[in-house]
Ligand binder design. Sequence first.
Ligand code: FE2
Length: 136
Amino acid sequence: MSQPFEWQSDYAMGDPEIDAQHRMLFDLANRILTIMDPHQGFGELKAAIQALLDYIQVHFEAEEERMREWGYPELEHHQALHAAIRRDISRLIQESKDLTSLKKDLNFLMTQWVLVHIRKEDCKIGEFCRSQSQNP
Ligand SMILES: [Fe+2]
């Protein structure tokens, strides 16, 4: 059965560790959507979102470390995007009062924010890295 968030090879930014972490984020997002599907509890969904947030924290630190190593010129802008994603997800966990609003906001956050971030912003880091290695 196909998953709602399907990893595709063109999402890869070229660093094996970062790409593995991105695939893990897709897995966690799919797990959350599976919990949302049947009539599971509010608490269980919140716990799964917290697990996603914890993993995002680890992942963002790894990605920011790579950007520093590579001398990525848009590091500060990218860090600000990461901070905004973390803020929005923790706000979602803290402020949603019922399952319906949690599902709606989470779906928006995952599709419009996290996945767009991986496909647009993180791919730019990969392009930068490749351009540097072609012109040493
Ligand atoms: Fe990123």
